[in-house]
Design a protein around this ligand. Structure first.
Ligand code: IVH
Length: 680
C-alpha cells in the first residue's frame, strides 16, 4: 500500500471504530457485529505497526471504548480499567503461550475462564460494605452506578469472613437470556426498539436512572479480577477463591492449565458447552495465574500482557429468503420479517428472521431469493446479519417496502429520528385496533380470558372496538357467537369481573400508550397515584417520575389529550376499573404506619396526590407541626414557618426523594439508609 493510501485508510478506520465504539458503549445499539469490529481493529493495528509515523496515542487501538453517558457522576478509577487483547485465531493463542514461555524464567500456569458477554463493572467494598460501583468508562474514570448495582440480586451488600478492609474487585454485569427475552418482548409490544443482544440490554439497564427499574431487569453479576494493587495474592486463582469465600459471585467454570494442549481442550469444551449456559459468553480468557509473572509481563496502554481472549465466532447459518412479510403492531409500527427456507441453527430450526426496519433492509441490500446469514444471540427471533452475494440468483427480486399499510391501505409515515414506518390510522386500522384489544386482555395487563381468536371474533362481529366495549358485552350476545357456550361465556365474563380489581399500574399499562410498557406504567402509577393526577401533570412533571424521558412523557401527554381517550377512560372508570393506586389496594404498604406527616411546598405531583400516597402507605396527613409529627415533607418553596418550628422541636425535614426512598419499592435503592438522607 502507498503511503498516502495507508494514511487515508488509517483515518477512515479510526473514524469508523470511534463511531462504532460510541454506538456500542454509549447508545447500546451497535452498528457492526463484534467480528467485523474486531477485524477492523486488527487491520488498524497492523497498519499502525507498518506505518509508525501515522500512529497516534488517541487512536482507538490504544484506548478502551468509553461508556460514559453524561447521566451519572463520574469518578476516577484507582487503578485503570483495561481491556483485553483478543483473537479468533488459535495460532495467536499458541504465540501468546510461546511468548510467555520465552519471557518468564520460572514455572507458571494459566487460569482459563469464560469470557462473559456483558458490561464491565468495578466494585469497591469498604469495611465489608458495598461502597461504590463504577462502570469502565474510558478506563480512567467511570460512571458511578452504585445505586443501580445495589439492586442487582446476586451482588452482596456486605461481605462475610476475613475480608480485607478495602477491596476493589471487577467483573461483568450480565442479562441472562430469559430476562433479555422478556424485556425485548415487552419493548417490541410497546413500540420500543428491542435491544440487539443481552450485552446491550445489560449495559442499557445498568445505566437507567431509576434504581427501581434496574431491580426489575433481572441483571446478574460475575466477578473475575482483583487488581494486584488492591489485595496481594500469590495467584489469580487464589484471589478468586477468596472472593467466593467472602460471598462474592465468582464463576466456578475456570480451570488451571499447564500448557497449550490443556488450554485448547478447555476452549474446545466450552465452544459447545457454553450453549447450555443461561447467559451469553463470547470466548475464553486465558490469564497467567502467578502474580509475580503477571507483574513481570506488565501492561500496554490498553490491556494486560499477561492475559488474552480467544473469541468464538457467533454461530451462523446460511439460507434462502422465500418472502418478506410486513407486520403491523398495535402501535402501528411496521416490521419486516423474512420467511426463510427452514435451517438448523444452534439446535433449533429457524424459519423466520426479523429485519427490524427499512433501513436495515437497505443496508443489507437484501433481495427475495438471496441466501442470507442468520445469527442467534439469545434472541427469540434470530436476525439476518448479512447477504451471501456470491450466491445471489439472477432473478433475485428487490423487495419494495410498502408505502401504504398492508392492512388498511393508509399511507405510512415516518417521523424524524424514527427508524420505523408507522400506519397513522390508529382509530381505523384493524390490525392496530385488534392489537390494542389483545394487549388489554393479556396476563400482564388485565388478564382477561381472551386470546387472538376471541379478539378477532369480537372485532369481526362488530362487538368490540375498544376495551370499554368488552365490559358492555352480555352473555346473550356471546352465546350467539360460533363456538361459544354458556360456560365459556360465563368464564369470560367472570374474568372481566375479576379485572375490576387489577391495580392501577396494570390498568395504565393495559391502555397501550405508546412507549409505556409495564415498567414505565409502574413508575408513572407510583409517582402520580391516580389517572387524575397524571391527567393534570405536564410533560415536564412526568419526567420527574423515574425512567420517564421526554419521548415517553410526550407520548403520554398526547394520549391523555385526545378526547376519545378521555372518553374511553371515563367509560372504563364507570365500569369500575381502578384508576387510582390508593383506591385499588387501599393500602400499598405499612411503611408510614402510625406516622403523622406534614407536607409543605410543591412536589413533582399535585399536593392532593401526595396526600393520597401518604395515606396509601399507612401515614396520617396532618396540617400543623407538633411534637407528635414524624417529619415534615418539604417540596420546593416550603413555608419558612413550618421549617422553623421543626428546627425548634428537632423534627426531621425530608425532601421528596428521601420520602420516596422510605416507601418499600424505593427503599432498597437507598441502603445503607443514612447515606441518602437529606436533612435540611
Ligand atoms: S479480565 C485487566 N476476565 O472482556 C484485565 N475480563 O474484551 C481485566 N471480560 O473489559 C479483564 N470476561 O469486560 C476478564 N473472565 C474475564 C472476562 C473479562 C469478560 C470482559 C471485560 C473486559 C473485556 C475485554
Amino acid at each position: 500500500m502507498e503511503r498516502a493510501d495507508a494514511k487515508k485508510r488509517i483515518e477512515a478506520l479510526r473514524g469508523l471504530l470511534r463511531e462504532s465504539n460510541r454506538r456500542y458503549y454509549v447508545e447500546n445499539a451497535p452498528t457492526l457485529s463484534d467480528y467485523e469490529f474486531d477485524q477492523f481493529m486488527h487491520e488498524l493495528e497492523a497498519l499502525e505497526a507498518e506505518w509508525p509515523e501515522f500512529d497516534a496515542p488517541d487512536s482507538p487501538t490504544h484506548r478502551v471504548g468509553s461508556d460514559i453517558s453524561g447521566e451519572f457522576v463520574q469518578r476516577a478509577h484507582r487503578y485503570p480499567m483495561l481491556s483485553l487483547g483478543n483473537t479468533y485465531n488459535i495460532g495467536e493463542i499458541e504465540e501468546f503461550a510461546a511468548r510467555a514461555d520465552r519471557l518468564l524464567d520460572r514455572n507458571f500456569s494459566y487460569c482459563c475462564e469464560l469470557k462473559f458477554d456483558g458490561t464491565a463493572i468495578c466494585l469497591n467494598y469498604r469495611n465489608g460494605k458495598l461502597f461504590r460501583a463504577l462502570t469502565r468508562g474510558d478506563g480512567e474514570k467511570g460512571d458511578d452506578v452504585t445505586r443501580n448495582v445495589r439492586m442487582i440480586a446476586n451482588i452482596p451488600h456486605s461481605l462475610k469472613g476475613d475480608y480485607p478492609e478495602d477491596l476493589e474487585i471487577r467483573g461483568e454485569i450480565l442479562m441472562p437470556y430469559r430476562a433479555f427475552e422478556a424485556l425485548n418482548a415487552e419493548r417490541e409490544a410497546d413500540g420500543d426498539a428491542p435491544f440487539a443482544n443481552p450485552r446491550n440490554a445489560a449495559s442499557g439497564s445498568l445505566k437507567l436512572t431509576d434504581p427501581q427499574e434496574v431491580a426489575h431487569r433481572g441483571l446478574w453479576c460475575t466477578l473475575y479480577h482483583i487488581p494486584a494493587e488492591s489485595v496481594a495474592f500469590a495467584t489469580h486463582d487464589e484471589a478468586l477463591r477468596k472472593a467466593a469465600e467472602w460471598g462474592l459471585p465468582v464463576s466456578e467454570d475456570r480451570r488451571l492449565c499447564r500448557d497449550i494442549a490443556e488450554i485448547k481442550a478447555f476452549i474446545d469444551h466450552w465452544d459447545t458447552a457454553r450453549r447450555e449456559l443461561p447467559y451469553a459468553t463470547d470466548g475464553i480468557v486465558i490469564k497467567i495465574n502467578e502474580s509475580d509473572c503477571q507483574r513481570a509481563l506488565g501492561y500496554t496502554a490498553k490491556s494486560p500482557r499477561w492475559a488474552v481472549a480467544f473469541k468464538f465466532k457467533a454461530e451462523q447459518a446460511c439460507t434462502p429468503v422465500l418472502s418478506i412479510d410486513y407486520q403491523v403492531g398495535r402501535t402501528g409500527a411496521v416490521t419486516p420479517v423474512a420467511n426463510l427456507e427452514p435451517v438448523l441453527l444452534a439446535g433449533t430450526v429457524v424459519k423466520r428472521a426479523t429485519l427490524n426496519n427499512s433501513d436495515q433492509m437497505e443496508l443489507l441490500d437484501i433481495r427475495i431469493g438471496d441466501s442470507v446469514y442468520v445469527e442467534k444471540g439469545g434472541e427469540i427471533i434470530p436476525k439476518i446479519t448479512g447477504v451471501n452475494l456470491g450466491k445471489r440468483p439472477a432473478d433475485a427480486v428487490k423487495p419494495d417496502f410498502p408505502k401504504t399499510c398492508p392492512d388498511c391501505g393508509t399511507p405510512l409515515v415516518r417521523d424524524e429520528g424514527e427508524a420505523r414506518w408507522f400506519c397513522p390510522n390508529q382509530d381505523g386500522c384493524p390490525m392496530q385496533i385488534k392489537g390494542r384489544l389483545l394487549h388489554f386482555t393479556t396476563r400482564k395487563a388485565m388478564d382477561i380470558l381472551a386470546g387472538e381468536v376471541t379478539v378477532e371474533q369480537l372485532y369481526d362481529c362488530g362487538l368490540a372496538r375498544t376495551p370499554a366495549d368488552l365490559y358492555d358485552l352480555r352473555k346473550q350476545q356471546l352465546v350467539c357467537l360460533e363456538g361459544w357456550q354458556e360456560r365459556s361465556a360465563q368464564r369470560f365474563l367472570d374474568s372481566l369481573e375479576r379485572s375490576r380489581e387489577v391495580p392501577f399500574e396494570r390498568v395504565l399499562y393495559a391502555l397501550g400508550i405508546r412507549h409505556v410498557g409495564e415498567t414505565k406504567a409502574r413508575a408513572l402509577a407510583r409517582h402520580f397515584g391516580s389517572i387524575d393526577a397524571l391527567q393534570t401533570a405536564t410533560a415536564e412533571q412526568m419526567q420527574e417520575a423515574g425512567e420517564i424521558g421526554g419521548v415517553i412523557a410526550a407520548s403520554v401527554r398526547e394520549y391523555l389529550d385526545k378526547p376519545q381517550h378521555q372518553r374511553e377512560i371515563e367509560r372504563l372508570r364507570a365500569h369500575g376499573l381502578q384508576f387510582s393506586a390508593a383506591g385499588s389496594t387501599k393500602n400499598l404498604s405499612q411503611a408510614l404506619e402510625g406516622k403523622s406527616i406534614v407536607i409543605s411546598g410543591n412536589f413533582s405531583i399535585p399536593r392532593e396526590a401526595m396526600k393520597e400516597l401518604i395515606a396509601a402507605h399507612g401515614g396520617k396527613n396532618s396540617s400543623s407541626i407538633s411534637a407528635r409529627t414524624a417529619f415534615l415533607l418539604a417540596g420546593s418553596r416550603p413555608g419558612p414557618e413550618k421549617r422553623k418550628k421543626c428546627e425548634q422541636l428537632g423534627i426531621p425535614v425530608y425532601d421528596e426523594d428521601t420520602f420516596r426512598s422510605m416507601l418499600p419499592d424505593d427503599r432498597a435503592a437507598h441502603s445503607p439508609s443514612e447515606e441518602q438522607l437529606t436533612l435540611f
